[in-house]
Design a protein. Structure first.
Length: 241
């Protein structure tokens, strides 16, 4: 299987720019109408706050800055680094929220089933379960997805006003746009960084280092944040994956 990392960086940038343009053209009114039809109501079940249900929580740069003020230990490099150079250094496009060591992989900020920083929760937490990006469904058909975990959490009996639905739609589109902008900035940075430092992505080195990491060996990973790279050395037991 060809990994995403083997796709040339310029082509990846072009694809993301096209995706961002498509997002811009997607009508707010269409998403707001879907939000009103779905009638989702959060019951504070906290399922979305666990990796068992929802995978990792990727943070925008603005959220990383907030976490660093609240509790820096809540940060860890996002999983699945996009690149590994010939020297064995990994590169990833941002940070994720650390999870606790329980079976569910509960969010670092989840206590007794409640978020202890709810009033200051992060961008993705504020819009979830709403989303607006294209991905393949169970049959491989790529299309827009507007809600995550349909019928798997919460309730679906809420009356949502037009104004509220439009506000949710705007915030959701704004988040998705910011996410794409961050991914594009990362790829543009890496293209220049690799060129200037005579580096390149080597898939075999990537695979070898990931196998070593799974056996407990430390790896060096550079995290893209606020327009630059921040260095970390991590071991398997130090991560919450």
């Amino acid at each position: 299987m060809i990994t995403v990392s083997l796709v040339p960086i310029p082509l990846r940038i072009t694809a993301l720019v096209q995706e961002r343009n498509s997002l811009f053209e997607y009508p707010h009114e269409q998403l707001a109408g879907i939000i009103r039809e779905i009638k989702f109501h959060c019951t504070c079940c906290a399922r979305c706050c666990t990796r068992a249900f929802n995978g990792h929580v990727f943070l925008l740069d603005r959220d990383v800055a907030a976490v660093k003020k609240i509790d820096p230990d809540a940060l860890e490099p996002a999983p699945d680094p996009e690149f590994c150079d010939q020297n064995g250094t990994f590169y990833v496009s941002g940070y994720a929220l650390r999870a606790k060591g329980d079976d569910a992989g509960s969010c670092w900020f989840l206590e007794n089933g409640r978020c202890r920083i709810y009033d200051n929760r992060f961008s993705i937490c504020r819009i979830y379960p709403y989303m607006l990006h294209r991905e393949p469904d169970a049959w491989g058909t790529v299309d827009w997805r507007q809600i995550s975990g349909l019928e798997q959490h919460g309730e679906y009996d809420a009356e949502i006003s037009e104004d509220e639905a439009m506000a949710i739609a705007r915030e959701t589109k704004e988040y998705e746009d910011a996410f794409l902008a961050q991914e594009i900035a990362f790829l543009e940075y890496m293209k220049e960084y690799f060129t200037q430092n005579h580096l390149k992505h080597v898939q075999k080195v990537y695979d070898d280092r990931m196998r070593a990491f799974s056996r407990g060996y430390p790896v060096r990973i550079m995290v893209f944040c606020d327009g630059g790279l921040e260095e970390h050395t991590i071991r398997r037991e130090e991560t919450s994956r």
